[in-house]
Design a protein around this ligand. Sequence first.
Ligand code: GLC
Ligand code: CA
Length: 517
Amino acid sequence: MPTWLKDAVFYEIYPQSFYDTNGDGIGDLEGIIQKLDYIKELGCNALWINPMYDSPFMDAGYDVRDYKKVAARYGINEDAYRLFDEAHKRGIKVLLDLVPGHTSDEHAWFKASKEPEENEYSSRYVWTNGAFVGVKDHPYMAGMSDRNGAYMLNFFASQPALNYGWLERTESWMSAVDSPEAIATKEAMKDIMRFWLDHGADGFRVDMADSLVKNDDNKKSATAKIWRDVRNMLDQEYPEAALVSEWSNPEQAINGGGFHMDFYLDHWHNGYNTLLRDYETDGEDNSFFLKSGKGDICRFLNDYMPKYKATKKNGYISMFTCNHDTPRPANTLTPEELKIAYAFILTMPGVPFIYYGDEIGMRYMKDIRSKEGGFHRTGSRTPMQWDNSANKGFSTAEAQKLYLAVDSSEDAPNVADQMNDENSLYSTTKSLVALRHMHADLQADADFNVIYAEQEKMPFVYKRGKLILAINPSGLEETISLDEFQGYQPIYTIGKVSLEDTNLTIGSSAFAVFQIK
Ligand code: GLC
Ligand code: CA
């Protein structure tokens, strides 16, 4: 286990929307380099960069055309190597995005694979044995080339599924998981990982990590076995490299697959979803962090605790403020509510991730035109708002040339203003990150115990190591008496908090950390 993960606080960067340095309207790697000092000042010491590889961008880069080449719009490979170097100089680690489940249909492997003549790549993807033979229960394409077969899709139509074999084989054309072609695909992925790790990357966020083997069982045991093998490779060759999975099943991903971290994704009504985004289109929003106070931390804990307990010895659950697939938290929460939500995310066990712009409460831009396969996700992918100058300081290009329009509302938040305001969301986020770095008890592997959590009641009180933390997201002041408070005093507060002996009074939208006197 890489020890640096204990105190890691990640910052996710969507490269096309972060900072444009050559005025073409699209963010670039040089832009990330120029903003490393900003990230360091915020307190983040690790990055996840969304795909920056050569791609036709039918899925914003998750359709990779060349895994070993930086997309021209972001720069050249040397810029990536320089980025690793400059980040390391500032104590910042860099994870790239590995997309192992599929490529673009313009990838050289796929171009060879669709040829009717048998070649090295014929079985690199999942093909049936006839153009009129479909893939049962899965999307597929047929009639797209002269090869007499249909190929399986892993996501959009331009993303053919790579072949890692089928655990349960019901058709003659299904490869076994230990077939030479399935092993060759796995080895090709390891080769790509070694390429970037040798050039200075510190690991990978793994896209759709659970999607490799088809007809895998309930435990995804065959897919997990592949990742175990990858983990063994890392342990032997790159022991400091880290892997975080897009899986959202830590028992499978961490215990089974050997991932160091697994994302707790925004899935309908799971524990994470009840915290920030528990809304229905016409229904009532019962998110725990809403000031209306209709939320219930027990809904989160019932889902989270078994997962946490089962995996805490082996790895970390990663919570994020948002990601590039999820509506931004500012969609439903005010800056006041966000401060309390971030206080929670940044003091929980596991490794937290902040999505670019969430530190200033950037809005989810509803109903904007889809870009590069984003659809509803596009609203969370707009340019970073650096200051109040043209294009909010993102780019010097004409506004129509930007990758996506910036939030042009008059009160759109920006970094420069919030850095000068000690009450801003930015300043609170920064102080919370600093707090986490200061106390080993708040970091990834320190114990987590619930002290007070009652259905439909506030506050929520929990322990990290020897520290006690209390949260009241609601709009009403709460009082509570707990023996555990004996001998404690507050060392960090948001909002109104007072502790007299064992009696806590915690104001509306408040948070506190207590330490033994
Ligand atoms: C993951 C990515 C998403 C992408 C999909 C297909 O869910 O986060 O953005 O579209 O995989 O690669
Ligand atoms: Ca650019």
